[in-house]
Design a protein around this ligand. Structure first.
Ligand code: RP5
Ligand code: MG
Ligand code: MG
Length: 279
């Protein structure tokens, strides 16, 4: 992978802050750059000390590069550096220090469920792409409320939560609106989801996410798992309904030209390759 790109987006999300410009050749911390003068920014919502956020450094010295009580502060990218008590982004400079919109210093762990099915015609036959001649996959995509971009319905791993549960929970909340449906319906959704997600998912990726919220001291990491409804009779039969931080939800064709949030497009490329589908 080349240097992170979205982690250097000029305008920091949900703010009027502009990042210090970092050219490609200065991303690596090993490149000496005395002129580097990043902007410091931690969003007001984070400074208000919600349950999901760490306190500010100074009053707080967590165990970095380790599982720190219920919070996993270890990175999939290996051991990260800590400089003046602050963790350093393992992929390099972002033009911004502090935590921005992220709650944790260092890695902020998420999980991304990629739920797929084959695109079929009225007779149920797989549809092949005219150019690649390969069958087309579809995945459940959500339109994020925060930025309006299409994305995988992922979310943060709660402290102490098993990643397998995060995958199910986030999919249910964002794509099936489980938080707002009646108790009886919630149980039905839960059963179906457990069945699909209990089947062997294919682990697509584990590591850094090139997310626009990343900073020099806080960044997103994820575990991406593909759950595939081969016969189209599992989740494909559930009515999709956007919930929580999702504004819309729908089945979208897996295709390289469809722009997605953060580095989600890369994750879909890996899914398409694994399933020998069109990309
Ligand atoms: C992305 O942010 C991850 O890949 C995941 O999809 C998402 C988690 O953050 P929220 O959806 O909770 O904002 O980097
Ligand atoms: Mg969520
Ligand atoms: Mg989410």
């Amino acid at each position: 992978a080349g240097p992170h790109v979205k982690s250097r987006c000029p305008q920091y999300p949900q703010s009027t802050i502009t990042r210090f410009t970092v050219p490609d050749d200065k991303v690596d911390w090993n490149q000496k750059w005395p002129e580097y003068s990043p902007v410091n920014h931690t969003a007001p919502v984070v400074l208000k000390k919600p349950v999901w956020a760490d306190p500010d450094i100074g009053s707080f010295s967590p165990k970095f590069n380790a599982v720190d009580g219920p919070v996993d502060r270890s990175s999939f990218e290996g051991k990260y550096k800590v400089e003046s008590e602050k963790p350093l982004n393992p992929r390099g400079r972002t033009g911004l220090t502090g935590r921005g919109l992220l709650g944790r210093w260092g890695p902020n762990h998420a999980a991304d469920p990629v739920v797929t099915r084959w695109k079929v015609d009225a007779s149920g036959a797989k549809i092949h792409h005219s150019a690649s001649k390969k069958p087309i996959l579809q995945f459940v995509a959500i339109k994020r409320r925060d930025c309006g971009e299409w994305a995988i319905p992922g979310g943060m791993v709660d402290p102490g939560e098993q990643v397998s549960l995060t995958l199910q929970r986030e999919f249910s909340e964002e794509a099936l609106n489980s938080l707002s449906v009646k108790q009886s319906e919630r149980e039905d959704i839960h059963k179906r989801i457990q069945k699909l997600f209990g089947s062997t998912g294919f682990q697509v990726y584990k590591g850094y996410v090139d997310d626009p919220r990343n900073t020099d001291n806080a960044w997103m990491e994820t575990v991406v798992v593909n759950f595939h409804d081969e016969a189209g009779d599992s989740v494909s039969e559930l009515p999709l309904q956007a919930g929580d931080d999702a504004g819309h939800v729908q089945w979208v064709d897996v295709d390289s030209s469809f722009g997605l949030y953060a580095s989600h497009s890369h994750f879909l490329e890996l899914v398409a390759r694994e399933r020998q589908a069109h990309w």
